[in-house]
Design a protein around this ligand. Structure first.
Ligand code: NAP
Length: 301
């Protein structure tokens, strides 16, 4: 479904678009600064030449020599200010910096909400089935999304063992705009956080820190952190799917038709407790080495 080294089909990602626009802006700023430097050098040579010629014509003008030095000095100050703006202010405090600050604030708030919810839950514990079933809100649906081989194979050495661009596209379209709950290992398998999704990372390490998402230490806190979302997704890996199976209402499973050498598996699930409500076949083609089916399973209560 996703992984570290796999190539995606080219799509216009909003984050890539923003990076491209920022790069264009930076090039424009640097070009402007270079032009300013050239004009300054030409201007300085011109002013020095004019002052020399004027001194030849009338040596008394030597007394007025400062005027061009002052012009050059003030100009030089403008040039230094321009350079500072391009290389320090715009680079360090530009839109990227603003966005990072904003994301950090949002993340802190969400962590605080999760913490408060955890305290409330500890002070007024609910019966076990209600804690686990955060879907007590009837419209809320917790979905596990995974791609697994014929024997439930998920991945090896922290990566996937197939490259299926259409599965990745589906994963992206289903999860964009939502909270995605994952294990620390899956989170660390991403080169960078996935755009436009709130990452909730499960770890037992109380000192674990990241700028890329909300860190939690148990599944009920993860679900509490996603409480504003009517459709949070549990995106793996193997350890977290095992936990998720107890609370999920739906499984979006891409069943990949092949057997693979892996070290991580999707948990066996009791097909009597789950109903296959939709399936869509995807054949092998030039971009997909394996055929697969998109299966939607819903819990039978
Ligand atoms: N095919 C797919 O759809 C798919 C999807 C996702 C991932 N994957 C693959 O799956 C593999 C990773 O899966 P994985 O099972 O090795 O790791 P994982 O589930 O991604 O993460 C495991 C980590 O989660 C934390 N954790 C587990 N149980 C916890 C609990 N009860 N409370 C708090 N934290 C808990 C621990 O972190 P700490 O060690 O920090 O305590 C643990 O090491 C990779 O190969 C990846 O490519 C495949």
């Amino acid at each position: 479904m996703f992984g570290r080294k796999k190539k995606e089909a080219p799509t216009i990602d909003p984050v890539q678009k923003e990076m491209f626009e920022n790069a264009q802006k930076r090039i424009k700023e640097k070009r402007g600064l270079f032009t300013h430097l050239v004009v300054f050098l030409v201007g300085a040579i011109g002013l020095i030449t004019i002052s020399q010629v004027m001194m030849q014509v009338d040596p008394m003008l030597i007394l007025d020599i400062e005027w061009w030095i002052w012009v050059l000095f003030i100009w030089l100050l403008f040039l230094i200010y321009h350079t500072f703006k391009v290389f320090i202010t715009n680079r360090l405090l530009g839109p990227g910096w603003e966005k990072k600050q904003y994301n950090r604030l949002v993340q802190k708030q969400q962590e605080r909400i999760a913490e408060l919810e955890e305290k409330v839950a500890a002070a007024h514990p609910l019966p076990e089935h209600k804690i686990m079933n955060a879907t007590s809100d009837s419209k809320k649906v917790i979905t596990m999304i995974a791609a697994a081989g014929a024997n439930n194979e998920l991945g090896k050495d922290g990566d996937l063992v197939w490259h299926l661009p259409d599965d990745f596209k589906r994963f992206k379209s289903l999860t964009t705009g939502h909270h995605i709950i994952m294990g620390r290992k899956t989170f660390e398998s991403f080169p960078k956080p996935l755009p436009n999704r709130t990452h909730i990372i499960l770890t037992r390490d109380k000192n674990y820190k990241t700028d890329g998402g909300i860190v939690v230490h148990d599944l009920s806190t993860a679900l509490a952190a996603a409480s504003s979302d009517q459709e949070p997704f549990i995106i793996g890996g193997g350890e977290i799917y095992k936990l998720g199976l107890e609370v999920a209402d739906r499984i979006e499973l891409t069943r990949v038709h092949g057997k693979f050498d892996v070290d991580t598996y999707f948990p066996e699930f009791d097909e009597k407790k789950w109903k296959l409500v939709r399936t869509e076949h995807h054949p092998v083609d030039e971009k997909h080495q394996y055929a697969f089916d998109f299966e939607t399973w819903e819990r039978v209560d």
